[in-house]
Design a protein around this ligand. Structure first.
Ligand code: SF4
Length: 434
């Protein structure tokens, strides 16, 4: 009998349509003859009824408010469905959602039948956390050692409103060979695995046949770390005239003349994360000032006139000089580029990282304002996320199963935060974990 599955991205369509996780899961599930899987987003999930399984991808902690609403809405209309969570939040710490899901997939599903077995309500031994049956800390994470071409979606859904526009998403691999101490992705997708060059060339060729777009977005935590990146880009350019290639992220120390020439970049984006070289060393970002200026010089030579710099504040061991260095570095860059944008956000101690026990610094808000004020004089725009959302993110990523009910009751991040403050619970989630 056919199993009907709803795959939900718990936020707006424009976020979900550019989610590679959605494309991969949709392709994976529909490759079974007896599974019919449809995608849903916040705009249309209320149409879901009488499904056998409801799968929600958990990409961002701040979506938990939507997730709980969705589940409470859908449970009565889908009485026989199993509710399954997956994605980075499920791998790192799904505790706040314990009471809402039947199972969480802890790992990557390609090359396994885990999702299929769960949909069919078969017991699964590894890679699944059942909140009512086992202990999260004992679950063995699963992942494919090698990627099979068959597991990759060649026919993708695209939309101009997606993060990459109308682009074919080409994932170079998963995991990251670098060692940044604050980074969750590096640890939950360990070990780093890049795909074979011949497989990527094949996927790009076939992908563009099945997904007729004029852009390829290269997806990887660090695109420039792929050994054959230049070769791959040349191959893509040969497949289709006027195809543009854009990377999801590039480290400054991987930028070369050759690479920048072949990528279609209008803006050079660099994430020094910390202003000073000593703090960058301490957090193991491993990017020197020379790397940054080398990348900027190459960009300038290639007529790129816009630079975006990403920083975090409130990092462990940060001093006032480190903040001054952010300002100084940004001002130096502005001398050579028409437009410089600086994005500054507070450091969040994420689970499954070397900094997971570090505190969240509430003073980061003032630091961000100080940087904004200082850079305004140099005509540098500073952008940042809503500070309360960052606090909520920190609480949820470190949270325990008691939080679920509070999220449900207070329903909106602002009310949720007010409650935690009033009850004096907030600091429990922000302080150093001893
Ligand atoms: S380079 Fe990026 S993805 Fe890799 S460890 Fe550092 S922050 Fe994480």
């Amino acid at each position: 009998m056919i199993k009907n599955v709803a795959l939900i991205f718990p936020n707006k369509f424009k976020g979900g349509i550019s989610s590679l996780a959605m494309q991969i899961l949709h392709h994976h599930l529909n490759s079974y003859n007896d599974v019919n899987c449809d995608m849903y987003f916040m705009e249309n999930y209320k149409d879901i009824k009488n499904k056998d399984a409801i799968i929600i991808t958990l990409q961002y902690e701040n979506d938990y408010f939507n997730v709980i609403n969705i589940i409470n809405n859908l449970k009565p209309r889908n009485p026989n469905a199993i509710f399954i969570g997956g994605g980075p939040c499920a791998m790192a710490n799904p505790m706040p959602l314990n009471n809402y899901f039947d199972a969480f997939v802890v790992g990557e599903i390609e090359g396994t039948n885990i999702m299929y077995d769960l949909i069919n309500k078969e017991p699964v031994e590894n890679g699944v956390y059942y909140p009512k049956l086992n202990d999260f800390d004992t679950v063995k994470r699963i992942y494919p050692k090698l990627f099979d071409i068959q597991d990759y979606p060649l026919c993708q859904f695209t939309h101009p409103s997606g993060a990459y526009g109308e682009a074919f998403l080409l994932e170079l691999g998963r995991g990251c060979p670098r060692r940044c101490k604050f980074c969750m992705a590096k640890n939950i997708y360990r070990p780093p695995r890049f795909k074979k060059i011949e497989d990527l060339k094949y996927i790009a060729e076939e992908g563009l046949k099945h997904t007729p777009v004029n852009k390829i977005a290269l997806i990887s935590p660090s695109v420039g770390d792929y050994k054959y990146i230049v070769d791959l880009c040349h191959h893509i350019k040969d497949i289709k005239e006027n195809i543009s290639i854009s990377p999801s992220s590039l480290r400054a120390d991987t930028i070369t003349e050759e690479l920048l020439k072949i990528l279609d970049l209008k803006t050079l984006t660099i994430a020094p994360e910390a202003g000073s070289e000593s703090l960058r060393k301490f957090i193991k970002k491993d990017i020197s000032e020379d790397d940054i200026f080398n990348a900027l010089n190459i960009a300038k030579d290639n007529r790129i006139d816009k630079v975006k710099l990403y920083y975090m504040v409130g990092l462990p061991n940060e001093t006032e000089e480190d903040i001054e260095e952010i300002i100084k570095l940004s001002q130096i860059v502005k001398k050579d580029f028409r437009k410089v944008e600086v994005s500054v956000n507070p450091f969040i101690p994420k689970p499954k990282t070397e900094f997971e026990n570090e505190p969240f610094d509430l003073n980061s808000k003032n630091t961000i304002k100080y940087i904004e004020k200082s850079l305004k004089k140099s005509n540098i725009k500073v952008s940042y996320e809503n500070f309360n959302s960052m606090i909520v993110q920190c609480v949820l990523c470190r949270g325990d199963s008691d939080l679920g009910e509070i999220i449900e009751q207070y329903n909106k991040p602002v009310q949720f935060l007010k409650y935690l403050k009033k009850e004096e619970f907030l600091n429990n989630y922000l302080e150093r974990i001893e």
